[in-house]
Every structure is written in structure tokens, then in C-alpha cells.
Design a protein around this ligand. Structure first.
Ligand code: CTP
Length: 404
């Protein structure tokens, strides 16, 4: 196996490297072995930026965290989770590191959160609970072999071949969110599913109704994946029929690059929902949505029910109060130019005056208010450059007409 010590030192800020060395020394004294596992090792080997370093303790992470916190190392214990035996420590002002105990997990209810069967197992057993071989690589932080790469599952070969391979046949049944994680890594790392993993995924998707699924876990992975705004993720979602989590069939042609361009240009808040929304016009969103997310889907369905607009005023009214995300999806699906006309030219047209100005002009509140204000809006949308004074004049004129 190769030693990645130099690579690790180059990839991490000096204070993180110093902290890892401090932990290494403390682990030696305390008599446990500690490791980096998962995404951080994968990203180190790929030469990608590393943002987060978690330490896995082959033993009880809480005991080790207490030793660090009480050992005069200038370390503070921030948080402990007793059931999972995890702890968070702060080193100095800025650096916080999570410590996890090695563990074996099982899925008594397939498709839902795992339960911990055993804590403090060997590191080679710990990696068996993970999603893909490339996420099960281990890097030793121990004094005797600091930086040594440990590969118990063939992750290095898969990494070299840009392949995502599950560790066992039941991986997707245990945790279907791994299907979306596979999509995320395919898009972000430009990896692909190795043939047997793809077969297991196909088999799972073709028998979806046989399985129980935690849609909240799925949602979190979908948000992460589509928020990357990588068209490839959308293409694979269709190609690999991952939409089956929501709809049984999908035959529309939607240009993924167009979706990306629309997102880059109009910057909606819920990028992920612009992608996923394309499948939810007809399908069911099976996970809980926030109020604002629900509105996007309701707006989208409304746009498809209403008659498409033709002049500026009807375009304005058609899209007014409609969420940006739903307008973008509607455009991507229908290419109805009115959507971009609204966003580019009309949505910022606002009246200076309001109902209060009508009252000030001597008009009693009535249902005519809206009519008059709409007449004024129509005038403005046709391109008239009106100042507030012009608008008030317009209101007074309309009131006179009404009184005649
Ligand atoms: N993991 C898993 N199954 C999941 C989620 C996570 O096996 N459903 C394991 C993987 O070994 C993963 C590690 O837990 O590497 C950490 O998870 P996470 O932080 O979500 O993923 P990373 O691989 O670190 O990827 P990212 O770069 O997106 O943070």
C-alpha cells in the first residue's frame, strides 16, 4: 500500500495537519488507533479540495475525546452523542473535528435509518457498512504508519477506473438513498456505476413497489445532487430511470443544458426543484415539502391548467405571483416565449400608485379599484413611461369617466 503522508500535508492547511499529528500522538498514548475514512481519502487521492476532516476511532471515540479534552492539549469538548459514541472537539478558535467510533450497522427496517449493532469494531469491519468502495478507503493517522493508505474493498482500483461499486448485493435495498448518492458522485466526479452495481440498481428500480423507502433521506441526497447544477445529473436521472422514485414513466424531452442556463441566468433559490420539478408536474412528490417548495409545484400545475397568454397585460397576469422556479420549468417544458418575456421585460414593472392614492383622489373604496389599477398597469405594460404624477392624473381621469 502507498503512503500518502506528503500528499496529506500538501492538501490540508498547516493547522489541520498539526492537529492530526497531535491526535496521532494522543492516540498512541491512549492506546487506540485512529483513521481518516471515506470522502476525505477519496478526494485526497483524486487531488480534489478537502473541506471537512472527520476522525474515525477504532474503539470508543467518546473516551478518546475525553482523554484529549482533559489531557492538557488545549482541546475543548463541544458535543457528545452517547448512543452513537461520537464527539465533536474544538482545537483552537477555528478548527472543529468530529470523532466517530468504528461500528457495525444493520437495517432492521430496510430502506430506513440503520441501527448500530456493535461499536469499537476493527476498522476493516467498519468500512463494510459504507456505500461505495471508493468511499470505504482508509488512511492511517497512527504513529507507526501515519499516512498509510488501507484498502480493504478494492477502492483504489475502482478509483483509478472511475467506478462506483457497492459493497454488497443488498446495499440499495438497505439504503436506497445510495442510488441518488451514486448519481451525485457520477455527476460530480464523472464516475460511472460498474456493471453489476448498475444491474442491482436497475433491479431495485424495477421492483420499487416491493420496497420500503425513507423519502426524507432521499430528499436530502436529491437536494445535494441537483443543487450542484450539473446537467449530467439530470440526464442520468432520466437515462437510468431514477425518476421511477416519483413517476412510472417519463417521455418528455427536456434539454438539461437549457435548465442549467436558465438557472445560471435567473438564479432561483431552489435550484434542485427546478430539475426535480420537471418530473413532478405529473408525478407525486413523495417527501415532505416546505411551504415555499409546495407553492412551486402548485404554481407549476396552475401554469399548465391556464390558457397561455398573448399580450403584455395577460402575460403579466398569467405569471404574476408565480414562483420563479415554476416559470423556469414551464419554459423548459413548453418553450413558451411569454415566460422569458415576463421575466426579462415585465416582472419589474410596478405601479407607483396604490389603492390609497385612489382614496386620496376622492374615490370611495369599491370593486372598481382593481379595474382602474389594472387599466393603469395595462397602460404601463404597453410601454408608457409614467411618473407618479402621470399615474395620479390617469387615476383622476378614469374616476371622472366612471362618474359620468
Ligand atoms: N455513507 C454511506 N451511506 C450513506 C451515506 C454515507 O455509506 N447513505 C458513508 C460513506 O463512506 C461516506 C461517508 O459515510 O464517504 C460520509 O458521508 P458523506 O459526508 O455524506 O459523504 P462523502 O463521501 O464525504 O461525500 P461528500 O464529498 O459529498 O461530503
Amino acid at each position: 500500500m502507498s503512503n500518502l503522508k506528503e500528499k496529506l500535508i500538501k492538501a490540508l492547511p498547516v493547522e489541520v495537519v498539526d492537529t492530526l499529528k497531535l491526535c496521532s500522538q494522543a492516540a498512541e498514548e491512549f492506546g487506540v488507533r485512529i483513521y481518516l475514512v471515506g470522502g476525505v481519502v477519496r478526494d485526497l487521492l483524486l487531488g480534489r479540495d478537502i473541506f471537512d476532516v472527520d476522525i474515525t476511532v477504532e474503539g470508543d471515540a467518546v473516551d478518546f475525546a475525553n482523554y484529549l479534552a482533559n489531557g492538557g492539549f488545549g482541546v475543548r469538548l463541544l458535543q457528545v452523542q452517547n448512543d452513537l459514541r461520537t464527539a465533536k472537539l474544538s482545537f483552537g478558535d477555528k478548527l472543529e473535528i468530529d470523532f466517530a467510533s468504528t461500528r457495525i450497522e444493520s437495517y432492521p427496517v430496510k430502506g430506513h435509518l440503520p441501527v448500530v449493532d456493535s461499536i469499537g469494531v476493527s476498522i476493516s469491519d467498519d468500512v463494510k457498512r459504507r456505500d461505495f468502495t471508493v468511499n470505504a478507503l482508509v488512511l492511517s493517522l497512527n504513529h507507526s504508519d501515519f499516512g498509510e493508505l488501507l484498502d480493504y474493498v478494492g477502492g483504489v482500483d475502482d478509483l483509478q477506473n472511475s467506478l462506483l461499486r457497492v459493497l454488497h448485493e443488498g446495499s440499495f435495498v438497505d439504503d436506497p438513498s445510495r442510488i441518488i448518492r451514486g448519481l451525485k458522485f457520477s455527476a460530480r466526479l464523472e464516475f460511472s456505476l460498474e456493471p453489476e452495481t448498475l444491474r442491482l440498481q436497475d433491479e431495485y428500480l424495477s421492483r420499487l413497489s416491493d420496497f420500503d423507502i425513507s423519502y426524507s433521506r432521499l430528499k436530502s441526497e436529491i437536494i445535494q445532487t441537483f443543487s450542484l447544477n450539473i446537467p449530467k445529473a439530470f440526464e442520468l436521472f432520466i437515462q437510468q430511470k431514477l425518476y421511477r422514485f416519483f413517476v412510472s414513466d417519463f417521455e418528455l424531452e427536456i434539454n438539461s443544458s437549457l435548465l442549467k442556463r436558465l438557472i445560471d441566468c435567473y438564479k432561483p433559490q431552489n435550484i434542485w426543484l427546478v430539475y426535480l420539478g420537471c418530473f413532478l408536474v405529473v408525478g407525486d412528490c413523495k417527501f415532505d415539502l416546505k411551504k415555499s417548495e409546495k407553492k412551486i409545484l402548485q404554481d407549476l400545475k396552475m401554469l399548465f391548467i391556464k390558457k397561455p397568454p398573448f399580450d403584455n397585460f395577460s402575460v403579466y397576469k398569467f405569471y404574476e405571483n408565480t414562483s420563479l422556479e415554476s416559470i423556469l420549468i414551464y419554459y423548459a417544458m413548453t418553450k413558451n416565449k411569454s415566460a422569458l418575456h415576463y421575466l426579462d421585460d415585465l416582472r419589474d414593472v410596478k405601479l407607483f400608485v396604490s389603492g390609497e392614492d385612489l382614496i386620496a383622489a376622492g374615490f370611495k373604496p369599491s370593486c372598481e379599484f382593481k379595474k382602474i389599477l389594472d387599466l393603469l398597469l395595462e397602460e404601463k405594460l404597453s410601454g408608457a413611461l409614467l411618473t407618479k404624477e402621470d399615474e395620479i392624473k390617469f387615476l383622476k381621469f378614469q374616476i371622472k369617466q366612471l362618474k359620468k
